[in-house]
Ligand binder design. Structure first.
Ligand code: SDX
Length: 388
């Protein structure tokens, strides 16, 4: 507001930040990672290759990718002491609450030996984070169902190893379905990074104070948990299950438009996209394919989702406000088809986004950065004296 406040040009410099990692054109529904369209990465790349691209800025050679993947495999186990950390939680604790705790606890293991000014140390932190998140996530699930933790298997690829740790048991041979592993890897890839979203901005701000990168990632997990952000994928499934029949869709569309009703159409709308979220398009295609391959094409929730999208995109309220499906709208249907419980949906998002959070932290600490200090427009009382 001009006049009432002196406008500090520094406001923009602390509020906005420069980055080379991801570009979003919200008007045209464009998402580029280091210049590569998300659609092409989803079609031709895999999660770990995309991790390398996000961190290093270029696609790896076969040799570089081989080394990257083997380094990730070398860090998949967590310190045995971390197992005890879980015992402090109730068995029914939300997995995101546990993830906030155990990922933050990683800083207790690496804080003293990590110098974030050293590029080699930062690279090892990347391997540790990318490698250990699936192990910790699967441990959250196993803890919640009272089954023993499964050690990672380094003969399996990244997504297959996660599914093995989630659903395998020591009692019998567990063979991962390659269709599910491929779908899981694509889910990870589509959630890897998304510019300066709320959780990434949280990680950057935490990192700007010089805090340990593991603690910064834990702050990103906390920010992601909200239903307006990463928690939306869990909320979408709960909404579809509440709708339960296509005949009830109009009732929920009207509720979403009612300002006196706090209900929002979960998985719709976006702070930046005022067009289709390109990830939602890829996710929908992947949904179709996975359900077909699994013989679940008549999945009732997927039918409700497709009908809901169709109705919403024809409704003036949504059209006028440019509300389109976002990344969370279809992801939950695929996760459910893979067998992931709804309570773990946001944990999957956090696992995948860890490389994005790390990449932005690494980009910032690799430069001559300053502590972030968002400015405010003060609208409170002017100076006044204490009565008496
Ligand atoms: C993610 O930032 C990122 O990049 C995030 C993310 C990432 O990869 O990191 O993309 C991941 O968080 C995706 C978003 C997931 N959240 C949801 O699906 C929750 C449902 N969506 C809404 O809560 C909402 O759309 C937000 C939070 C996503 C955006 O909120 P805004 O910025 O307030 O939305 P807006 O300014 O575009 O709203 C314009 C109008 C408003 O109504 P009016 O004041 O004009 O009358 O549209 C309404 C809003 O009330 N509106 C909705 C709605 N979303 C916005 N109405 C009904 N249902 C919705 N989903």
């Amino acid at each position: 507001q001009q006049g009432l406040f002196t406008y500090d040009p520094g406001f923009v410099s602390t509020a906005a930040c420069e980055s080379k990692i991801t570009f979003i054109d919200g008007t045209n529904g464009v998402l580029l990672h280091r210049g590569y369209p998300i659609e092409q990465l989803a079609q031709h790349s895999d999660y770990l290759e995309t991790c390398y691209l996000l961190i290093h800025g270029e696609l790896p050679s076969n040799e570089e990718l081989g080394h990257f993947k083997s380094m990730v495999k070398n860090h998949t186990m967590v310190h045995e002491q971390l197992n005890h950390f879980f015992n402090g939680f109730r068995r029914d604790a939300h997995p995101m609450a546990i993830m906030c705790g155990v990922v933050g606890a990683l800083s207790a293991f690496y804080h003293d030996t990590m110098d974030s000014t050293d590029e080699k140390h930062r690279e090892i932190a990347a391997f540790r984070l990318i490698a250990k998140m699936p192990t910790l996530a699967a441990m959250c699930y196993k803890y919640s169902i009272g089954q023993p933790f499964m050690y990672p298997r380094n003969d399996l690829d990244y997504a297959a190893n996660f599914l093995y740790m989630m659903f395998g048991t020591p009692c019998e041979e567990f063979v991962v379905n390659p269709i599910l592993a491929k779908a899981m890897d694509k889910i990870f890839l589509l959630h890897a990074d998304h510019e300066q979203n709320a959780s990434t901005s949280t990680v950057r701000l935490a990192g700007s104070s010089g805090a340990n990168v593991f603690a910064c990632i834990a702050s990103g997990i906390a920010a992601l948990w909200g239903p307006a952000h990463g928690g939306a994928n869990e909320a979408v499934l709960s909404m579809l299950m509440e709708i339960e029949d296509e005949s009830r869709i109009p009732e929920f569309i009207e509720r979403a438009k009612d300002k006196d009703d706090s209900f929002r159409l979960m998985g719709f709308g976006h702070r930046v996209y005022k067009n289709f979220d390109p990830r939602a398009k890829v996710m929908k295609e992947s949904c179709d394919q996975v359900l077909q391959e699994l013989g679940l094409e008549d999945d009732p929730l997927f039918k409700i989702a497709r009908r809901l999208e169709q109705i919403a995109l024809e409704d003036p309220y949504f059209v006028e406000r440019k509300l389109y499906p976002n990344v969370d709208f279809y992801s939950g249907i695929i996760l459910r088809a893979i067998g992931i419980p709804v309570s773990m949906f946001t944990v999957i998002f956090a696992m995948a986004r860890t490389v994005g959070w790390y990449s932005h932290w690494n980009e910032m600490v690799s430069t001559d950065y300053r502590i972030g200090r968002p400015r405010q427009l003060y609208t409170g009382h002017t100076k006044r004296d204490y009565p008496g």
